[in-house]
Design a protein around this ligand. Structure first.
Ligand code: PLP
Length: 571
């Protein structure tokens, strides 16, 4: 990033300003936004959802602007050694190749220092040409101190003080930056997770009226796992925030001497939602006394449908690109054409793992995919927890191939151990059940894997998965999901029609039991799923088709964004 690009931007200022003229009504704040596979400013599900949301807003001409941090060094580039140890490397990302530096600046106070912020711009163009601007905040300016210059470099890196400083930049700096850019029409601020909740403090300090701030604020909570909610010790939070924290709200947002970002967002929002129906129930239990709605997540259809399925949908369901609801008529697509499109996507994936990892996989062997953040509650090793059983099933029913991918957060030992376990098992059963681990899971790999396997596996421990979205990407490519009944799958699973459930029924409220789930997983693979794939191909393809017609037509961000407009934004 060179300072000289400011001048270059200056020459284009008029053109960029013209793109701002949409009079946006909603500002969408997210710590991470995965808007483009070449812009590594996201880590996983939350950021990809934010990007998909913004893309659908652009497709639907919804007057929104996005605000996030630059995360100049991204999350991290994942390498895994022979033993399965994850190695985290910095990402080489030339910001000015993809984002445009604007001349506008603002600042925030952290401790007693003024931290200057500049901003980069990325226009997200919708299917009809409507532009949703996304702004990336950046503190890497000469005027700032050494530490302050690093604050927008590492997504989810550093210690708690670093995170708090990042959140001051995102929330307070974000509101100020929008004002500095000249926006005067914003009347809703949407916090995608609690990281941006300091925006409420900036609004309160301007308006001095809790009700007026509430009218403007919308909050989406994303995790039922307690450690997923940011909390900051007052010992450093108070000095860092200075006079930004009004004394009249302290009782509402401070618990056990910690400032709770979720409580801050809850206190100042007129509309709060969880990201699936079950997640609303869990959130209501976690935060009694607040009114919490639900809007189930989706994925951006045009982003996640693979090329062969795009051609197939264009042929049979014209109009699906701007209105994914049309995918419900997938029932009329001939089964052989679905299979041909699937095999094209599958060959692409198998060729990739064979050439990169020498995986020795076959096009016509039953292939299971598991790819997501690696962490204990998602139980990445449940499928391989009894390798002998897995080998017996393969001998009985037909060959099985397994494709894994996913990063573990650098401080998450449980996730790192799961990767090691997968590598160990890979060595012992590799000859009988083919396994491979694709390194550095990102949007590009995600797109290829969700489209290219035969079965999408998800094994979260109930009720920890707020929604999950990768199974929706699979459904868009006719790939059925096999998952515990948690998050969106409680709404999307119709047994044997859109996929299969692992473990206790929908009506049972029990927490997951590993032993019960493991048995159910193996039994269903052995008795239902793999035999249907090898011996009843016609009905297998019927299931694939139902995934598109029943699930892709609904679990997309176009439907989701329309629900936000009606229920949360009141546009
Ligand atoms: C979709 C996606 C996720 C989310 O996966 P879940 O299984 O829903 O947790 C994570 N990372 C990337 C790169 C994705 O594309």
């Amino acid at each position: 990033m060179e300072e000289s690009s400011i001048e270059e931007t200056g020459r284009n200022e008029g053109k960029i300003e013209a793109e701002f003229n949409g009079k946006p009504k909603v500002a969408y704040f997210s710590m991470e936004i995965g808007i483009d596979e070449h812009v590594p400013t996201y880590s996983g599900g939350l950021g990809v959802l934010a990007g998909d949301t913004i893309k659908s807003c652009a497709d639907l001409n919804i007057p929104v602007v996005g605000v996030t941090l630059l995360s100049e060094n991204g999350y991290f580039y994942q390498k895994i050694d022979e033993e399965g140890n994850q190695i985290e490397l910095p990402i080489d990302f030339c910001v000015s190749d993809f984002l445009k530096l604007l001349p506008t600046k603002t600042s925030v106070m952290i401790e007693d220092r003024e931290v200057k912020i500049r901003v980069w711009y990325y226009p997200v163009k919708g299917i009809n040409g409507y532009i949703v601007p996304v702004f990336f905040l950046d503190s890497n300016l000469n005027e700032n101190s050494e530490w302050d210059r690093t604050l927008t470099k590492h997504l989810y890196g550093g210690d708690k003080r670093y995170r708090l400083a990042q959140e001051i930049i995102l929330g307070i700096g974000g509101v100020r930056m929008l004002e500095a850019l000249g926006y005067k029409t914003i009347d809703k601020y949407h916090m995608n997770e609690g990281h941006s909740a300091f925006l409420t403090l900036e609004l309160y300090n301007q308006l001095r009226d809790v009700e007026k701030v509430r009218e403007k604020c919308v909050f989406t909570t994303h995790t039922p796992v307690a450690s997923g909610h940011d909390q900051f010790e007052l010992s450093y939070a108070k000095p860092m925030l200075g006079d930004m924290l009004p004394s009249m709200i302290l009782d509402e947002v401070i618990f056990e001497n910690k400032l709770n970002m979720t409580k801050l967002a809850l206190f100042f929002s007129h509309y709060v939602n969880g990201v699936a129906k079950k997640h609303r129930e869990i959130s209501r239990l976690m935060f009694p006394g607040y009114s919490i709605d639900s809007i189930t997540n989706g994925v951006h259809s045009l982003t996640w449908v693979s090329d062969p399925f795009k051609r197939l949908f264009d042929k049979h369901m014209p109009g699906w690109r701007s209105d994914p609801y049309i995918l419900r008529s997938a029932f009329s697509i001939p089964k052989n054409e679905i299979w041909d499109a699937h095999m094209e996507a599958k060959r692409r994936l198998i060729d990739f793992v064979n050439s990169r990892y020498n995986a020795g996989m076959k096009y016509d062997h039953f292939t299971i995919g598991f790819a997501r953040r690696q962490t204990a509650y998602k139980r990445p090793d449940l499928l391989i927890s009894d390798p002998d059983r897995l080998m017996q099933i393969a001998e009985k029913t037909g060959p099985i191939q397994i494709i894994y991918a996913g990063k573990a957060h650098p401080n998450d030992e449980s996730g790192k151990n799961a990767i090691k376990k997968i590598f160990e098992v890979m060595k012992t059963i590799g000859g009988r059940v083919k396994m491979t681990y694709i390194q550095n899971y990102d949007m590009t790999i995600g797109k290829m894997v969700t489209a290219g396997v035969d079965l999408w596996l998800n094994t979260p421990r109930r009720p920890r998965e707020a929604s999950g979205t990768s199974g929706m990407k699979a459904a868009h490519n006719g790939v059925p999901q096999f998952s515990t009944l948690d998050g969106w799958w409680l709404e999307g699973c119709i047994e044997n029609i859109t996929g299969w459930a692992i473990g206790p029924e929908k009506t049972e409220d029990a927490e997951s039991d590993d032993e019960v789930d493991r048995n159910d997983l193996y039994n269903k693979l052995e008795s239902w799923i793999i035999p249907k794939f090898y011996k009843d191909r016609d009905n297998w393809i019927r299931t694939m088709r139902s995934c598109i017609a029943i699930n892709a037509s609904f679990f997309n961000t176009n439907r989701m964004v329309q629900q936000y407009v009606v229920n949360a934004y009141f546009l």
